[in-house]
Design a protein around this ligand. Structure first.
Ligand code: GDP
Length: 292
């Protein structure tokens, strides 16, 4: 596996999720809509078993608007699972979250049986931003209540709707090669865990085949989609470096600088709205990974 990411132990996170999930009605997993499959943590499935699941495809403003519905359909077709797409500009995230959870746990609601929801997500998917926009003044740190560890946070979104923030960190778990690259491209794994040139080349390899017009629009390579797709990925990186003035002595391209430039452009959605995997592609990567 090209990207190795061992960000410390998750024992505490694992322990608290295991305890909390016993009294939870719905598990919300916040995903990055640009890489829904890769930003999902399989450990969460192990820990939460058959609890109804709401997949929130967050940062949809950065993702390909034609692909997000494919992912929503894919999740909605699974039993006990619903999916919604959100981004930080959403005016009523709380209402949409509550509505989706009620469909998953129709028997909960009212003061006697409040809806109890656990929200999880790997770093950088926008979980804190979402929680902050929902909680406003209602936020309550409840470390003193019995049965709530100091690390946990309960947010009362409505009188009969409690949201528990996961304690500790739910680090990404990289189970297939391509997910590692996509997580690195999105900025979800630490800088020291990967080689930027390698990640930029993988990213370009995907963009050449799926978003060549965006590469042309941004980098003005003077090539049509077919010619862009036919380039070797390092030729493409070289051409981009030249166009953007990422040079070093002797008329050579500074490949490291060119790679950083491509990654920065992708992360800021300067290239356009891009999704790095379709449900079918992700399923295929998983199938290949399992054969290994
Ligand atoms: P967390 O680690 O999951 O809690 O992520 P944060 O809430 O800290 O967000 C990580 C980064 O993504 C921050 O720079 C946020 O401003 C940004 N962010 C969060 N939500 C969105 C969104 O919906 N759209 C965009 N474009 N950026 C977002």
């Amino acid at each position: 596996m090209a990207i190795q990411w061992f960000p410390g132990h998750m024992n505490l996170t694992r322990k608290v999720i295991t305890e909390r999930v016993k009294e939870i009605d719905v598990v919300i997993e916040v995903l990055d809509a640009r890489l829904p499959g890769s930003s999902s943590n399989p450990l969460l499935q192990e820990l939460t078993g058959h609890k109804p699941r709401l997949q929130v495809l967050n940062k949809q403003d950065l993702a390909d608007a034609a692909r997000t519905p494919l992912w929503l359909d894919w999740y909605n077709a699974q039993s006990d699972t619903r999916a919604i797409a959100l981004d930080a500009s959403e005016p009523a995230p709380t209402r949409r979250l509550i509505e989706a959870c009620k469909l998953l746990a129709p028997n909960r609601g009212g003061m006697a049986k409040p809806m109890r929801v656990l929200i999880c997500g790997i770093p950088n998917v926008g979980k804190s931003t979402l929680i902050n926009s929902m909680s406003g003044k209602r936020q309550a740190k409840t470390g003193d209540e019995a049965g709530i560890t100091k690390l946990e946070q309960r947010i009362v979104l409505a009188d009969d709707f409690y949201l528990w923030d996961t304690p500790g960190m739910l680090w990404p778990r990289i189970i297939v090669e391509q997910s590692g690259y996509n997580l690195a491209a999105s900025g979800a794994v630490g800088r020291n865990a990967y080689d930027e040139e390698l990640v930029a080349l993988e990213l370009l390899g995907y963009l050449q085949k799926n978003y060549a017009d965006m590469l042309e629009a941004r980098y003005k390579l003077g090539l049509d989609n077919e010619r862009i797709a036919a380039l070797h990925d390092d030729e493409l990186l070289d051409a981009i470096g030249r166009r953007r003035g990422a040079m070093m002595g002797g008329g050579r391209v500074n490949v490291q600088k060119a790679a950083e430039l491509v990654l920065t452009d992708f992360r800021a959605a300067v290239l356009g709205r891009i999704t790095l995997e379709t449900p079918e592609e992700y399923a295929q990567w998983l199938a290949v990974g399992q054969q290994r």
